[in-house]
Design a protein around this ligand. Sequence first.
Ligand SMILES: NC(=O)c1ccc[n+]([C@@H]2O[C@H](COP(=O)([O-])OP(=O)(O)OC[C@H]3O[C@@H](n4cnc5c(N)ncnc54)[C@H](O)[C@@H]3O)[C@@H](O)[C@H]2O)c1
Length: 346
Amino acid sequence: MTLAFTHDVPPQRVVFASGALTRIADEAARLNFSRALVVATPGSGARLGQKVVELLGARAAGLHAHAVIHVPKAIADAGLAAARAATADGLVAVGGGSAIGLAKAIARDTALPILAIPTTYSGSETTTIFGITEGARKVTGRDVAVLPKTILYDPDLTLGLPAAVSAASGLNAIAHCVESFWADGRTPVTLALASESMRRFAKSLPAVVADGSDRAARAECLIAAWLAGSVLSVSNGLQHKLAHVLGGLSLPHAEAHAIVLPHVTRFNLKAAPEAAARLQEALGSGDPADALAAMLRKFPLPQRLRDIGFDAGKVDFVAGEIAALAIATPRPVTADDVRELLEAAY
Ligand SMILES: NC(=O)c1ccc[n+]([C@@H]2O[C@H](COP(=O)([O-])OP(=O)(O)OC[C@H]3O[C@@H](n4cnc5c(N)ncnc54)[C@H](O)[C@@H]3O)[C@@H](O)[C@H]2O)c1
């Protein structure tokens, strides 16, 4: 790597332990929460949210279990209204990137501190990145106010995560790592974290997909997810831009990442020998793109863009959006390159 970089990572408190959920009230007290709004997705997310409300006791102001993937504007507005109505002085986001994403949208307007309890592997809890979807476009930005102050990781909470969500959010996290290897903003720290994350995922993600009750593998994957999330801030090249544009078209985020990842990897590694060497080492394979494709094939996930409802008529739209970004690292990306890649993934 070039010997010039800026490493600028805001601090976060990270508590990791089996059973750590029982420490939630103490962690909320450390943040001076006296009226925390718990934010979750509906269904099983709401049940877990209710448990968090009970554990918070007098420090809870209520449960808002209305998070939806990609944070549609109306959902963000409703979340903001709920936080104001509850006169919340803090947010506890429990669940995956959807729950954390809604808490971030609320924090962006209110500067309320967030305590995150992540239950998937997608890594939003470690970033200052927020996103809100309006129409067919997802608008993202960065704001240190949305970075959770504390992350509480309890691998026990992931034991019931369905194989498909484990697989998809795990591949989403792997995508953060892969792209960080060739990112302009990479530093010796992000390279080390990404390598370590990839090694853990390569061994333990297939294990949790095969057996969700494997506690050791669950803990390994959650640690890997933390490390992967920690490099996401530098991972903003073709892989993440494509997933972002596809997300705006209402495609499922983690699945879109997983499907395009082998194709983007094959395209970019031709121009990124250092990234290729790191990936070969972490995946134990001479052909990292092939190894990622093989991992995807073994997982209970949609395999092609057509399987997740991508409209082939939108190829030119996506190609145009990506080409307009003039991505140049590790190689320039033209509209034709994107068309070819989408066709291969379709
Ligand atoms: N801002 C960022 O830095 C960032 C990073 C990654 C992802 N994201 C965003 O996160 C969203 C996707 O998040 P995700 O992939 O983590 O999935 P998700 O939060 O959408 O969750 C997927 C499904 O799994 C369920 N679920 C979550 N945890 C569970 C558990 N422990 N047991 C049983 N079911 C559980 C949820 O209720 C949901 O139905 C997207 O909107 C994406 O853009 C943002």
